[in-house]
Ligand binder design. Sequence first.
Ligand SMILES: NC(=O)c1ccc[n+]([C@@H]2O[C@H](COP(=O)([O-])OP(=O)(O)OC[C@H]3O[C@@H](n4cnc5c(N)ncnc54)[C@H](O)[C@@H]3O)[C@@H](O)[C@H]2O)c1
Length: 93
Amino acid sequence: MPANRRTILVTGGLGYIGSHTCVVLAEAGYRPVIVDNLANAKASVLPRIRELAKPDIAFPKADVRDRTAMEKILASPRPTSRSTRPMCATARR
Ligand SMILES: NC(=O)c1ccc[n+]([C@@H]2O[C@H](COP(=O)([O-])OP(=O)(O)OC[C@H]3O[C@@H](n4cnc5c(N)ncnc54)[C@H](O)[C@@H]3O)[C@@H](O)[C@H]2O)c1
């Protein structure tokens, strides 16, 4: 696993497509940050994703329509990441 993994934002990351996407992204060397408002998912999915993808997955619960919350998430640097601004991968329909 590369030490300088890039952070990638996965919206809807606790859903069906998003959760599988997170596992594959983690396997490919990315550090997924999941944003999900739990409208159609349960937080209990997170431990299973972490188990499959290694535990290094952040989950700031938020609604992607909440501009203030999204700006805060996007502005947050990850302590051990070289990238301070996450890339975006939309996992919603
Ligand atoms: N084969 C299977 O077992 C299976 C199981 C489930 C779904 N599916 C299929 O997968 C497709 C659906 O998957 P999907 O991943 O697109 O949908 P999904 O509903 O599983 O995932 C969407 C995620 O987005 C989140 N979300 C919704 N609005 C949000 C918002 N405003 N802000 C933040 N998060 C938000 C939801 O909480 C959810 O976790 C459908 O075609 C369905 O038939 C297949």
